[in-house]
Design a protein around this ligand. Sequence first.
Ligand SMILES: *[C@@H]1O[C@H](CO)[C@@H](O)[C@H](O)[C@H]1NC(C)=O
Ligand SMILES: *[C@@H]1O[C@H](CO)[C@@H](O)[C@H](O)[C@H]1NC(C)=O
Ligand SMILES: *[C@@H]1O[C@H](CO)[C@@H](O)[C@H](O)[C@H]1NC(C)=O
Ligand SMILES: *[C@@H]1O[C@H](CO)[C@@H](O)[C@H](O)[C@H]1NC(C)=O
Ligand SMILES: *[C@@H]1O[C@H](CO)[C@@H](O)[C@H](O)[C@H]1NC(C)=O
Ligand SMILES: *[C@@H]1O[C@H](CO)[C@@H](O)[C@H](O)[C@H]1NC(C)=O
Length: 444
Amino acid sequence: MDRVSNLPDELLCHVLSFLPTKSAALTSVLSKRWFNLWKLVPNLDINDSLFLHPQDGKGERQEIQRSFVDFVDRVLAMQGDSPINNFSLKCITGRVHPDIVNRWICNVLKRGVSDLSLYTHFAKDLDDYLYRLPKEMFVKLSLRNERCVDWYFRDMGSSLPMLKSLDINSDTIVCGEFEKFITSFPMLEELEMGTMKWEDFNVTVSSANLRSLSLHGSGIEGWDDFENPKSFSFDAPNLLFLNYSELVPEDYPVVNMGKLLEAHINLMVTDEQMKRVREPNHDLLEGDDEVLQFSNVVKLVNGTRNVQRLTLTSDTLEVLSQCCDSMPVFNNLKFLNVTSEEGRGWQAMPSILRNCPHLETIIIQGILHYVTDECGDVCPCISREGKGRSLKSCPVKRLEIQGFRGTMKEINMIKHFLDYFSCLNRLDVFVEDNDPTQLKNDRV
Ligand SMILES: *[C@@H]1O[C@H](CO)[C@@H](O)[C@H](O)[C@H]1NC(C)=O
Ligand SMILES: *[C@@H]1O[C@H](CO)[C@@H](O)[C@H](O)[C@H]1NC(C)=O
Ligand SMILES: *[C@@H]1O[C@H](CO)[C@@H](O)[C@H](O)[C@H]1NC(C)=O
Ligand SMILES: *[C@@H]1O[C@H](CO)[C@@H](O)[C@H](O)[C@H]1NC(C)=O
Ligand SMILES: *[C@@H]1O[C@H](CO)[C@@H](O)[C@H](O)[C@H]1NC(C)=O
Ligand SMILES: *[C@@H]1O[C@H](CO)[C@@H](O)[C@H](O)[C@H]1NC(C)=O
């Protein structure tokens, strides 16, 4: 023993960590030094059959069961808060209650265990319900459901304090007040939820740890008895990635996500709203018409102005036409991805392109769009003075056009881009392969 005792502490600790916990614990009765070392052993390997010996019926004796539970409790208590790497727990005699097992698991989870190995068997009389891992276990939870995920009323609605990643994909998700819902996951870094049926008038996404957020509302297909939110707030100062689709609310009272690097924004509008947005004289609209509030979208856009990569859908472009005059400067934006469709306009394009002084790449999914007076000089649809002016100042080097259908109109637009994007050195055009008839009929 003496020669062993002369070894340095770290080495002894290491040796102890390979012993089954029972033997290691025995060494602690030998001397104070061993006792102190034993407290620091970073691996525990506990096997109840070493104590309870099911084969000789000893385990049936209550005091031995209790002494096993006491032993493990004492070991854990003695180690206090010291960090732990491996925790291997074998409760195979069936005599230890699941609640006790979960209590031990929670203890090592709090101490940062990185490798947890469980081998359990519970006797029928102890386990009249299915064994449930403690909710502190869950670090990543992925949930798929065809119908409704009702987080609010089920027991899963309670707090999951260790959860870092939550991903729910369902036809419908209801979760009560969102601000409260999100406080159930204080450690959450990644959140993905769709399709939301909002129960809030004012939705607030507030989280200090959140890095990645994907949130999708049901948009136009929302149930009649669920109102769309009146306002939407983002208070997520450490968010890096946002993928957001939702009908346009009236306001964005708080938009705090200054670290955002990548945003995908899909603001959905109904055809009815679209008609009213295009009304040349907004004065004729009723005072409470929600489209009059569309200009508040500038608050959301302003909050994303530090992004490097931005994706905007065709509806979003149409909504942004309401805040062209206050478009922020996207100083870091290198990559812009826009979708376009024939029913939606490009009025916001000139002001976006003029406000991206470091843009390198543009991807346009389909270049046909609804022609208005205000697409400005970005396209040649309406001839005008100062042709191509906002393109000339744009430093974009690479343009990719997806969904090309081969119409004359598209070819004219591409020519216009080539004429006026003065820094362009690469153009890729991809033909729409889902629409071969169009290409045939309009072939040039
Ligand atoms: C637990 O200990 C028993 C008794 O020594 C042994 O038979 C069994 O293999 C051990 N179980 C595991 C999973 O190591
Ligand atoms: C911890 O567990 C892992 C995987 O089960 C194993 O590879 C490793 O050797 C264990 N470490 C110790 C010190 O027992
Ligand atoms: C929602 O927020 C608006 C202000 O943005 C406030 O006037 C209204 O009372 C709020 N509604 C609810 C139900 O909290
Ligand atoms: C954003 O979310 C939509 C809807 O769930 C999904 O189709 C799309 O792939 C997501 N985009 C990214 C970049 O994750
Ligand atoms: C954009 O945000 C900045 C910083 O939060 C603020 O100073 C500025 O007034 C905002 N601009 C608009 C148009 O909201
Ligand atoms: C560009 O946006 C479209 C539509 O939102 C999306 O499908 C595509 O994956 C995006 N491309 C990139 C490179 O982000």
